[in-house]
Each structure stands twice: as structure tokens, then as C-alpha cells.
Design a protein around this ligand. Structure first.
Ligand SMILES: [Zn+2]
Length: 443
């Protein structure tokens, strides 16, 4: 039996989420634009929830669920059980006895209501559910409706119809990786800067995307990612655009990649500590719990502790492949990155080709190599490019049948000279670039 959709006023109401994992985080991110107080009950919470906690979007009751917890802070409007199955069962039982509506993420039969996929444009809210029977259908339906809403939003009103949509920025970082603005703050800034779309492309994570999609009202948010991989000893960045950020294949790939990186960092840190360096894991993170640690983090920590007088010196004396502290990492290959993006239905783009300093001949070899592996596009406009470089990249893109994209690589305070959508002042990526990318989507 299908369930009837209701739209509920949650302003100032309490919503309880039992569980601290990714499902709980997704639900909290979706709810956070609707005025409710969100309380998470769990002994542990994942890094996405920690980010929401840091931003003041949720509060956290750090303990195991027990019956009394339900009414701790007053009666919740409803409860989302997103913990281990046994805990969910107890939550459902307690909610039923108190007459509180409950959703059990682990078993649809135990749901009083479904938690829908959300599309929102200002006051217009659309919820999509397939009643837990066909997740793919619900996801593709959501994508179609989202596109429709976007188009309709654009064609509304004479004035808007005549106006060319604002420029786009297809390479942007948030606090989900190493940027300084939250996904919602990025969306607000994009609106303020007159952009019509941004692609959120955090390093090796998709954890900011749900929040950005929920915040996206007037502008389009394209789910994206930036995956690091190794090509001839150099780190390459591959962007994924229009990815299904809930793809299981992509999630498995990212988890495995993170484990490989962490293992290498642990070995480097141990080598330093063995030789008496006063370095700790906290020194590397320097307050950013969610950051992806790279050799640059080691260099900055060495500088801060006074072991070197510059980051350059740290690389020269301690961190380059000839040094005793260097550890090779089990490289993620471009092929794996491209496959992961493709498996999530996304388009792959080589980010900022000029930053690798290959020279034009080798860049061409690289493009041809990646094209054979399935690369779709090239980032031709970037904050660090000169006009001539952008021009050359466009002609290479055309020669290899790759579409051109562009983005600022905005990181907020982490790279203060780069503005969202404007780069170092001379970047402007017209909306037509995004329209062209969209035409290449695989369906
Ligand atoms: Zn980037």
C-alpha cells in the first residue's frame, strides 16, 4: 500500500535521530533547512555529523539509546531510527507505545512514514519516494524533477527569461574537504556573486553534497568530486561532474582510497617519531579533523615545530622520494579514478592541466592517454591559467574530442586570493559551458 504524502511544519520542533552513521548524516543534512532542532543520539558520530555539529546544525547526545531518551528534551515531532537494526527495533517499539511517528531506515515494514528524497526551490518542496521498493527509480525521478524545476525557475517572468543566466563555477571546495565555507555558505556566496550554478567538487569526498543540494534554491548545484591519482610520479586531479553521490561503487572506492592514504601517513609519522621528532597526528591536522593529510601537512607541521625554516626545505630534506622519511603510497591510478566516476554515472574531467608543469607535449600525451581510458572533458579555465594557456587547452580539448569546463578551485580563506566564480578577478565561465557539459551526460 502506498503512503500518503504530508508536508509538516517543523519550525522550532524537535526531531530525534537515533544513530551516528552516514544515513543519519544524510537525513540530518536534508532536515537542516526546515527550521527544526535536530538531536542525534549515538555513542559515536561520523565525520559528516561532526561537521554539522561544528556548524551548529545539530546537537549530539553522546550515549547509547535507551527508552527514556525519547522524551529527554520534550516530545519530538517524529523520530528517525538510523542505527543498528537491534537499536532501531527498540526505538520503533518505544515510539509506538508513546504514539510518536517513527521511520526505521533499516526496515521499511517498520516505518510509520517514509523519508523522501527532497527537491527544493524556495518555498516549493517536492518529496520523492518509491516506498523503499526502487531506489534507482526514485533517484532518477528526483534528477529529472530537479532539472525541470531549474528550467522552470529560469523561464519564470519576462525579466528572467530575457536575462542570460549568470556565469558558473564548476570546481569548488567546501569544509567537507579543505575549503573554509560550509556547503550552504558556498551556495549563499554563489547567489551573492551572481552565479547560476556551482559544482561542489571536494577532494575525495561527497559528504558535502546533500547539504549543498538542500541549500540550492535559486542556483543549480552539480554533485561533483575531485579525485587524486598518480601519473608518472605526479599527483593528478580528476574531477567528476553530475555524479550520483549516493553510488555504492563510488563510496567503496573512496573508502578504500582513504585507507591507503592513511596507512602511508601513519608510516611516515612513525618514521619521524622513531627518530625523535616531536610530531603528532594532531600537529598534522592542525585543528581540521576532516582534512585529507598529504605530504604538505607534514611540511607545515615541521615548519611550525621549527625543524625547518620553510616548506620548501621540508620537502627537500625530509619528504622527497630520496629521503629516509619518504614512503611511497600505493598509487591510485587514473584508470581507477575514471572508472569510479563512470560507475557513479558522472563525467570525468582532467583538472587544471597546467598545474602539473608537464609542458605542452607531455600534456598532449597525457590527454590522449586519458581519453583512451574514457576521459570526457578538460578544465580549460582555471584561476591559475593565463589567457594563452586557456586558449591552448581549448584547442587541445577540441583536437581530442573532450569538452571544455572551467572553475575557480575556490577554497575560501585557505586560498584568499581566489574568489568564487571570479578566480583572481579575470575568470568568467559562461552558462553555455555548463549547457555543453550537460549534453555529454551518459544516460
Ligand atoms: Zn580543486
Amino acid at each position: 500500500m502506498a503512503y500518503f504524502p504530508l508536508f509538516v511544519n517543523l519550525n522550532d520542533r524537535l526531531v530525534l535521530i537515533v544513530g551516528g552513521g552516514k544515513v543519519a548524516a544524510r537525513r540530518a543534512a536534508s532536515l537542516s533547512g526546515f527550521g527544526c532542532r535536530i538531536r542525534v543520539v549515538s555513542p559515536e558520530i561520523c565525520k559528516e555529523l561532526r561537521r554539522l555539529l561544528k556548524n551548529g546544525q545539530i546537537d549530539w547526545l553522546q550515549k547509547k539509546y535507551e527508552t527514556g531518551t525519547l522524551l529527554d528534551e520534550g516530545r519530538p515531532a517524529f523520530v528517525l531510527a538510523a542505527g543498528p537494526s537491534g537499536v532501531n527495533e527498540a526505538v520503533v517499539r518505544d515510539c509506538r507505545s508513546l504514539g510518536i511517528p517513527v521511520n526505521d531506515a533499516s526496515q521499511k515494514e517498520r516505518c510509520d512514514f517514509y523519508f523522501p528524497g527532497l527537491i527544493r526551490q524556495g518555498e516549493t518542496v517536492i518529496g520523492v519516494t518509491s516506498g523503499g521498493t526502487d531506489h534507482r527509480l526514485a533517484a532518477s525521478l528526483s534528477a529529472v524533477v530537479r532539472d525541470y524545476m531549474k528550467e522552470r525557475g529560469e523561464s519564470r517572468g519576462e525579466k528572467q527569461r530575457k536575462k542570460e543566466p549568470g556565469p558558473v563555477d564548476l570546481h569548488v571546495h567546501s569544509t567537507a574537504s579543505d575549503g573554509s565555507l560550509t556547503p550552504s555558505e558556498l551556495v549563499s556566496l554563489a547567489v551573492k556573486n551572481g552565479l547560476s550554478a556551482i559544482a561542489l567538487t571536494d577532494h575525495d569526498t561527497v559528504s558535502g553534497i546533500d547539504e549543498a543540494l538542500t541549500a540550492a534554491g535559486e542556483i543549480e548545484v552539480i554533485p561533483g568530486i575531485e579525485i587524486s591519482c598518480i601519473y608518472e610520479e605526479k599527483e593528478l586531479h580528476i574531477l567528476g561532474l553530475f555524479i550520483d553521490h549516493h553510488s555504492r561503487g563510488l563510496a567503496c572506492f573512496l573508502e578504500a582510497a582513504a585507507a591507503r592514504r592513511k596507512e602511508r601517513n601513519r608510516k611516515i609519522l612513525e618514521a619521524f617519531q622513531r627518530d625523535g621528532f616531536q610530531l603528532s597526528w594532531e600537529d598534522l591536522l592542525s585543528g581540521h579533523q576532516e582534512t585529507t593529510v598529504t605530504r604538505a601537512h607534514f611540511a607545515r607541521a615541521l615548519l611550525k615545530k621549527g625543524y625547518v625554516s620553510s616548506v620548501d626545505q621540508a620537502f627537500r630534506e625530509y619528504l622527497n622520494p630520496e629521503c629516509p622519511y619518504y614512503r611511497p603510497r600505493e598509487a591510485i591510478l587514473p584508470k581507477e579514478a575514471l572508472e569510479a566516476i563512470r560507475s557513479a554515472g558522472g563525467l570525468s574531467v582532467l583538472a587544471h592541466p597546467c598545474q602539473y608543469r608537464f609542458g605542452w607535449n607531455k600534456t598532449e600525451v597525457l590527454l590522449s592517454y586519458l581519453k583512451d581510458l574514457g576521459l570526457d572533458g578538460v578544465e580549460c579555465w582555471h584561476s591559475s591559467n593565463h589567457i594563452e594557456e586557456s586558449r591552448k587547452l581549448r584547442s587541445l580539448a577540441e583536437a581530442y574530442g573532450l569538452f571544455p569546463t572551467g572553475g575557480s578551485d575556490f577554497h575560501g580563506a585557505a586560498k584568499p586570493d581566489i574568489e568564487l566564480g571570479r578566480g583572481r578577478g579575470n575568470l568568467r565561465i559562461p552558462y553555455s559551458v555548463l549547457e555543453n557539459v550537460r549534453r555529454h551526460r551518459h544516460f
